[in-house]
Design a protein around this ligand. Structure first.
Ligand SMILES: Cc1cc2nc3c(=O)[nH]c(=O)nc-3n(C[C@H](O)[C@H](O)[C@H](O)COP(=O)(O)O)c2cc1C
Length: 184
């Protein structure tokens, strides 16, 4: 599989990046190709609700910014992993802006134009507190998949996260089982 990981943590060497590295290492060891995009370093803004993407014939979005190549990275992938720490019981600002902009991949005026339909999408997340705080974020990803016809492949959460804790034996066993599910 071709896997695109979109990481919305502001910290390049933080807990979420530690988790995406472990995930990518496991996927690579099983023969999959992975690419990771750190959203924080990319110059793009949130959806402006101009409505042009819904009318066509743009390729995707009317805004020409750092999101433009991310559309291709999304569309070219078989599996999309959205990674974000939990901020205030939700995903981070860049992750939200990224997801809002994905609206342009589904065109209201043309039901046959839906570049999200059929994509496998998973959510991986870290948090300072217990796993329950990720419920809203995980739900939002599931609703996103249901609405756009993507295949929700599950959420992998690391509660009480530290960089070392991400590597715990228990988490590695859980992560391997999660990758089994991603491959199904
Ligand atoms: C602004 C902010 C808001 C946060 N909100 C929550 C929260 O609602 N629940 C929680 O469990 N942890 C919260 N945290 C902790 C982070 O989710 C946690 O430390 C995470 O592992 C950080 O990931 P990172 O190293 O990739 O940045 C918050 C951290 C910050 C900076």
């Amino acid at each position: 599989m071709k896997v695109s990981v979109f990481n919305g943590s502001p910290r390049r060497n933080g807990n979420t990046s530690e988790l995406t590295s472990c995930l990518r290492a496991e996927l690579s060891s099983r023969g999959h190709t992975t690419e990771e995009y750190m959203l924080e370093g990319i110059d793009f803004c949130g959806c402006q609700n101009c409505g042009l993407c819904q009318k066509g014939p743009l390729s995707y979005c009317a805004l020409e910014d750092g999101m433009t190549p991310l559309y291709d990275a999304f569309v070219d992938a078989d599996l999309i992993v959205i990674a974000s720490p939990i901020y205030m019981w939700g995903i981070t600002g860049p992750t939200k802006a990224f997801m809002d902009r994905l609206h342009a991949l589904n065109r209201a005026c043309d039901p046959s134009f839906n570049k999200i339909r059929g994509k496998k999408i998973a959510f991986v997340t870290t948090m300072g507190d217990e796993e329950m705080v990720a419920a809203s974020a995980s739900n939002a990803i599931q609703f996103f998949c249901e609405y756009f016809g993507a295949v929700y492949k599950g959420t992998f959460a690391v509660p009480f996260a530290t960089k070392e804790g991400v590597h715990s034996d228990l988490n590695m066993v859980r992560l391997n089982a999660f990758v089994d599910r991603l491959e199904e």
